[in-house]
Design a protein around this ligand. Structure first.
Ligand code: HEM
Ligand SMILES: Cc1cc2nc3c(=O)[nH]c(=O)nc-3n(C[C@H](O)[C@H](O)[C@H](O)COP(=O)(O)O)c2cc1C
Length: 498
């Protein structure tokens, strides 16, 4: 195969003839553009350019052989002509290092609250990446409810309790954790930081907190585990951090079992099955961006055909179009029977949103449940995790004794973790604050974010009058405002059967 001149490649920058350079090779992707699950606009934007760096944020290089026909590869670019490729106006790059030298970025020490990381990330991330992290469903009310409900519970502190020393440690699914919070699973971290998931979990390992790894990660489950092990080795295995795995169920049973096999082989310590995502929710900010991108490259007509989602859309939300088969809308409670046979470790259902389903999870022998509305990214006006926790306390308190109950969504202050624990939760998942910290400062930002939350938590324990987490109890909080609005069935009982 002869070398291809960069200037020639630059000419093929339209839908009717679209070439792109990836890993020093020229590909004719004209027929693939409209098939691309990430949408045609992103490919057309990079038509005629070297898109390798951008490509690697989202995909392993194997995709080039897995998804493109062999004859799409036209040959290597003439190395002396890279400069003649089409250039696009660069967006701010995703930072590859921990350096905080960017003039837009406040010094890390100026981040003193978990909410500060969002502003920092907004200043340095490409707009598309920020939208990916921050977007929420529909009019944004589910996200707003998450954020607001923490403030609707007030503490009832006890004083004069000798709070000189406090112990914030707890156990999560049998694994000791320095604090009762962990890192929530989030997909496509490569869009947020060039180091992607390994950079995020480096921060977790350094601070000892546990993390749940997403099925929709940029890096493979094996790569993530490998880098985690290397980080642990570098710390002489002194970190208590373990990795759990968040599982999106593929439609195809064989693929579902194979994925579970990989997860098991890698050594993930528990399966957190996401059950609030039978289809992708409507991510409004994503939709605007997608429509703008399509419009900019003259594809406004076809944009709408990506929006309906088919019946089994995968969760990634970088403006990507649903991928058939990656996420099953057909999952039922009965699936837990075969999953249990394939997976002998702990099972947590992620995305429980009412007391009935909490009870069902208990009856089906799950080890834990995570009360969550997916960070307000799925159902419009979904209940906050705290509201669901109130329901469980009221209608099926036995669940709190038998299962480990976790909550997530909207936590932005370490003090608030204590509210969830007082109402019976085991620990709280934290999502976006860590993602923003990663985007702005890499793993150092993640470490700082853990420190910020941990300091607030420990100060909160002292001001609340407790010295260990087993002293968290319902009388230390006033949840009346949430209880007033809580669902009331006709009779004061609920049934788990559908
Ligand atoms: C030309 C070869 C390409 C192939 C074969 C390819 C393949 C795919 C596939 C299979 C997906 C579905 C999701 C997944 O499995 O990860 C996807 C999604 C996506 N692709 Fe590509 N892609 C290509 C080029 C690109 C380029 C050049 C970019 C960026 C400049 C890009 C950005 C994306 C994005 C943003 C998504 C959505 C991911 C998400 O929402 O998490 N792709 N692509
Ligand atoms: C950018 C982003 C990506 C996410 N990806 C996933 C995912 O792949 N799987 C999943 O179960 N939950 C995912 N979630 C939901 C989180 O696990 C978690 O439920 C939520 O972020 C908690 O809310 P918070 O971000 O307000 O802390 C994602 C959330 C965000 C913000």
């Amino acid at each position: 195969m002869g070398h291809i001149d960069g200037a020639e490649v630059a000419k093929h920058d339209k839908q009717k003839s679209c070439w792109i350079v990836l890993d020093s090779n020229v590909y004719d992707v004209t027929n693939f553009v409209s098939e691309h699950p990430g949408g045609a606009p992103i490919i057309l934007r990079h038509a005629g350019t070297d898109a390798t760096e951008e490509f690697k944020k989202y995909h392993p290089l194997d995709y080039l052989t897995d998804y493109l026909p062999a004859d799409a590869r036209l040959g290597p670019v003439d190395p002396g002509t890279f400069g003649q490729l089409r250039q696009i106006k660069e967006e701010k790059a995703v930072k590859a290092s921990d350096s905080d030298s960017s003039h837009d970025l406040p010094h890390l020490s100026l981040c003193v609250s978990a909410t500060d990381f969002e502003q920092a990330a907004k200043a340095v991330l490409p707009h598309k990446s920020y939208i990916y992290a921050s977007t929420s469903a529909n009019t944004g009310l589910s996200l707003k409810g998450n954020l607001d409900d923490w403030g609707r519970i007030h503490f009832r502190p006890r004083v004069m309790r000798n709070v000189g020393d406090v112990d914030p440690r707890c156990r999560i699914l049998g694994h000791e954790s320095p604090y009762p919070f962990y890192m929530s699973p989030m997909g496509t971290m490569g869009a947020i930081h060039a180091g992607a998931e390994p950079e995020m979990y480096k921060g977790a390992v350094r601070k000892g907190i546990h993390a749940v790894v997403s099925t929709a990660s940029t890096k493979s489950s094996e790569q993530i585990m490998q880098r985690y092990v290397e980080e642990q080795e570098s710390m002489k295995r002194a970190s208590p951090t373990v990795l759990f795995y968040q599982y999106y169920m593929p439609v195809d049973r064989t693929k579902a079992i194979a994925l579970m096999g990989i997860v098991k082989k890698c050594g993930y310590k528990g399966l957190w099955i996401t059950v609030d995502t039978p289809v992708l929710g409507k991510r409004t900010a994503d939709r605007y961006l997608q429509a703008e991108e399509a419009f900019a490259v003259g594809l406004e007509e076809s944009a709408s055909s990506w929006e309906t989602g088919g019946d089994n859309a995968f969760a990634p939300a970088m403006g990507g179009r649903p991928v058939q088969g990656q996420l099953s809308p057909h999952t039922t409670w009965e699936d837990l029977v075969w999953i249990r046979k394939e997976w002998d470790g702990p099972i947590v259902l992620k995305g429980i949103q009412c007391a009935e389903d909490a009870k069902l999870a208990m009856e089906y022998g799950c080890d834990g449940i995570l009360l969550s509305n997916h960070g307000g990214r799925q159902l419009h006006t979904a209940p906050s995790a705290l509201m669901t926790l109130c329901e469980i306390r009221t209608y099926c308190p036995e669940v709190l004794k038998k299962l480990e109950v976790f909550v997530d969504g909207g936590l932005r202050d370490g003090n608030d973790v204590l509210k969830a624990l007082c109402l019976g939760a085991k620990a709280v998942g934290v999502g976006r604050p860590f993602l923003y910290a990663l985007g702005a400062y890499g793993s150092k930002g993640v470490e700082r974010c853990v420190d910020v939350l941990a300091e607030e938590l420990q100060t909160g324990m002292r001001l609340l009058g407790i010295t260990s987490l087993d002293q968290c109890r319902p009388s230390l909080v006033n949840a009346s405002r949430l209880l007033n609005e809580m669902y009331r069935p006709d009779q004061f009982s609920i049934k788990s059967k559908l």
